[in-house]
Design a protein around this ligand. Structure first.
Ligand code: PLP
Length: 371
């Protein structure tokens, strides 16, 4: 075949998703494995969302509502935004794509941190943009260096707040100072995929950041239904931004980008305060318990503003990851992210957490990582 994709496409490394449960069963012959690797909701989905999906099944011969009217309205009403400031995506991943498609031309620069959510850099590369990748400073976004690296070609700065994988957040005063120094020509994207799990005093007021942006950079907030709302499988997320930015994103999106069942499920999930609160409570309890237990095993845990946390296992993280797989527990090794001895664990149900600690205890002993 004589067809060849451009070099900037050929050099893209495909996104490495957490190992699927089915793959582990197939490859390792493990029964009932558990997955604590993709920061999903271990308690399933909101029962109200599932009921909405069941009720929506009879209409699948029709295209979905391309304007996402009722979901946009539900989000706008809940957060006090105007509907023309809300964009819905097939996961918040898709809104990352919209932003890059709409605002980045080949050769334009986009600033991200390393490590942070890998999709930003991938999407920029697809567009032929230039990734300016700046190391974290002590597991936090290095805001001073980011400011110093902004040039006339900088279009976007992506800040996942909290950051994935380090689970750290930017303190609100630091963020406000940073934003006041970013030039007006730059859009700062605050990716708040894990905002629901943050301590209240760490959450930033995105409403006022977006509405008081006169003479300042554009601020976009991204949120998702994949985590606290338990709807990762139907793919739905949203963005909040000035209506002039939203107008540009509407121009690059497909007319029916969010499927009908996802729209119905998300509307119902927003109304299911009980499931949402139980998720937050279960996450808080699970994280506190897991943290205590890994410390008891001689590991070091890092503070977390999310539904996952990092653990220094004091030995090669990838070897430990493989050993955990053989015991039917899927976690993540952070070795490829530059933390050779660190794993990432997503909080699971009580039973899953218990199994994870049991497997970790055995693996640490077998590998003689801690005495
Ligand atoms: C920081 C961050 N942003 C965005 C996403 C993507 O979320 P969604 O499922 O809405 O595409 C993730 C998923 O893990 C994430 O960790």
């Amino acid at each position: 075949m004589k067809i060849e994709a451009p070099e900037y496409i050929r050099s893209i490394v495909p996104y490495p998703p957490g190992k699927p449960i089915e793959e582990l069963e197939r490859e390792y012959g493990v029964q009932n494995p558990i997955k604590l690797a993709s920061n999903e909701n271990p308690w399933g989905s909101s029962p109200k969302a599932l009921e909405a999906i069941r009720n929506g099944l009879s209409n699948l011969n029709r295209y979905p509502d391309g304007s996402n009217f009722y979901l946009v309205k539900a989000i706008a009403d809940k957060l006090g935004f105007s509907p023309d400031e809300v964009i819905i995506g097939n996961g918040s991943d898709e809104i990352i794509e919209f932003l890059v498609k709409a605002f980045v031309e080949p050769g334009d620069e986009v600033i991200t941190s390393h490590p942070s959510f890998l999709m930003y850099q991938k999407v920029v590369q697809v567009r032929g943009g230039v990734n300016i990748i700046l190391p974290l400073k002590g597991m936090h976004h290095d805001l001073d260096t980011i400011l110093a690296k902004i040039t006339e070609r900088t279009r976007l700065v992506f800040l996942d707040n909290p950051n994935n994988p380090t689970a750290t957040s930017i303190s609100p005063p630091d963020l406000y100072t940073f934003l006041s120094n970013v030039p007006e020509s730059v859009i700062v994207v605050l990716d708040e995929a894990y905002v629901d799990f943050m301590d209240l005093d760490q959450q930033v007021d995105v409403y006022s950041l977006i509405h008081n942006s006169k003479g300042r950079c554009g601020v976009v907030a991204l949120r998702t239904f994949s985590k606290a709302y338990g709807l990762a499988g139907v793919r739905v997320g949203y963005g909040l931004m000035d209506k002039r930015l939203a107008d540009m994103l509407h121009r690059v999106r497909q007319p029916f980008n969010v499927n009908q069942l996802a729209q119905l499920a998300a509307i119902a999930a927003l109304e299911d305060g009980e499931f949402y609160e139980q998720t937050l409570e279960g996450t808080r309890e699970g994280k506190a318990w897991l943290t205590k237990e890994v410390e008891k095993l001689g590991c070091r845990s890092y503070a977390s503003q999310t539904n996952f946390f990092l653990v220094d296992v004091k030995g090669d993280a990838t070897v430990l990851y493989e050993a955990m797989l053989r015991k039917g527990v899927i976690i993540r090794s952070m070795k490829a992210y530059g933390y050779a001895n660190v794993i990432r664990i997503s909080v699971g149900t009580t039973e899953e957490n218990y199994r994870c600690i049991g497997a970790l205890d055995q693996c640490l002993q077998e590998l003689a990582y801690v005495s």
